[in-house]
Design a protein around this ligand. Structure first.
Ligand code: TXA
Ligand code: MG
Length: 351
């Protein structure tokens, strides 16, 4: 139930207007919540040094207190204020990939309230590159805790309209800088273990990271809520989910579409409304069926840019079931597979 009005401040994504940035920064300094675009998805920001402000993030999102939040910086000089015992590898990675879509898990500095990290001894940190995010972080001159700006378990928000859909009346302000570019979240790398571990594939690909960390491995993709000792407490199944049931198909290209068509017809016969998420080249192959179709684009980066928005638009269209297949396991395909698998609650239909 909305309890107050959320202000929407339009802002240029390339040269953000200083007045709007100052206004948003003063809301953050006063303990309020501001949603802002990053190069990946919209973030929901609060002063990371203010435990009460951080608590408001959890409340606004309906996020469990066990799910830690990423802290955002604009300057490497801020890093020692949020992390301790920072390994050389962190500086090497920062040098190469910051600002940009890479998050590093480090040992937490006790300066930071424990609730940012869900009570853990570590902290996830990243330096975004989006000009609005950079300007806001600089003006606030504070480390800013910011999860994706969606209600818990919903697809991440890639436009201000998505943020409003989920959080209107629950947050103070949205800086509306248009659609984000990458569309899936940052890559998360844990540097607090003996070996660096990839916790979440994202905007910086595994292949790119392997240039610096040749033996880098992804943590088990099959995390379930009841599993013990999970590496990234927030990365449970049932995440990034549309309201409709998402059915994820996997198999050779020549058998995928025929199998998806058969499934669609079965579902329609059962009275279900069916939606397809398909790349450009495949949209025509279901045009004879009474289904909703969203075109994801032609390239991996277009699919990544469109994916969450496409899930939300099929929800808006009121479908019961969404049929989709993966886009390989290399490059951005790995991040897409991870998001689709979680949206499908871990179920894969092998064909
Ligand atoms: O691209 C992004 O990373 C976006 C933008 C806004 O920066 N943020 C984002 O935050 O995706 P969020 O909260 O939706 O996802 C961050 C995930 C959490 O679910 C949690 O699993 C993991 O990061 N995480 C955060 N702190 C961690 C920590 N100390 N150790 C392990 N995992 C952590
Ligand atoms: Mg999220």
């Amino acid at each position: 139930m909305p309890d107050f009005t959320t202000r929407v401040l339009p802002i240029s994504p390339d040269s953000p207007q200083p007045e709007s940035i100052r206004e948003a920064a003063s809301i953050l300094a006063g303990g309020g919540l501001v949603a802002f675009p990053t190069e990946t998805v919209y973030g929901l920001g609060a002063n990371a040094l203010d435990a009460q402000a951080v608590a408001r993030i959890f409340a606004a999102k309906g996020r469990p207190a066990s799910d830690p939040i990423i802290v955002h910086l604009y300057d490497l000089a801020q890093l020692p204020t949020v992390a301790v015992n920072i390994p050389d590898l962190a500086y090497e990675l920062a040098q190469q990939f910051w600002p940009g879509p890479l998050t590093l898990v480090l040992q937490r500095n006790d300066n930071l309230p424990a609730n940012v990290s869900a009570g853990m001894a570590t902290v996830a940190v990243r330096m975004p590159s989006h000009p609005v995010a950079v300007a806001l972080l600089r003006a606030a001159d504070l480390p800013i805790a910011a999860p994706s700006a969606n209600r818990f378990a919903r697809p991440s928000a890639t436009t201000a309209a998505h943020v409003l859909e989920d959080l209107a009346g629950r947050i103070d302000c949205i800086l509306d800088g248009g659609a984000t570019v990458i569309g899936v979240e940052s890559t998360i790398l844990n540097l607090t273990k003996d070996q660096p571990v990839l916790l979440r594939p994202g905007g910086i690909t595994m292949e790119t990271l392997r240039n610096i960390i040749p033996d880098l491995q992804l943590v088990s993709k099959h995390l379930h809520e009841d599993e013990q000792g999970i590496e990234a407490p927030g990365m449970l199944y049932k995440h990034y989910s549309p309201r409709a049931e998402l059915q994820l198909f996997n198999g050779a290209a020549d058998v995928l579409l025929p199998a998806m068509r058969i499934r669609a017809i079965e579902q329609i016969e059962r009275g279900k409304r069916v939606g397809f998420l398909l790349p450009d080249s495949e949209v025509a192959s279901v045009s004879d069926l009474p289904v909703e179709t969203v075109n994801l684009g032609a390239t991996e980066s277009e699919v990544s840019h469109n994916l969450f928005s496409a899930m939300r638009s099929l929800d808006q269209a009121g479908v019961d079931v969404i049929l989709v297949h993966g886009f390989g396991q290399s490059g951005l395909g790995l991040a897409l597979w991870d998001r689709l698998l979680r949206a499908a609650e871990g179920h894969i239909i092998e064909v």
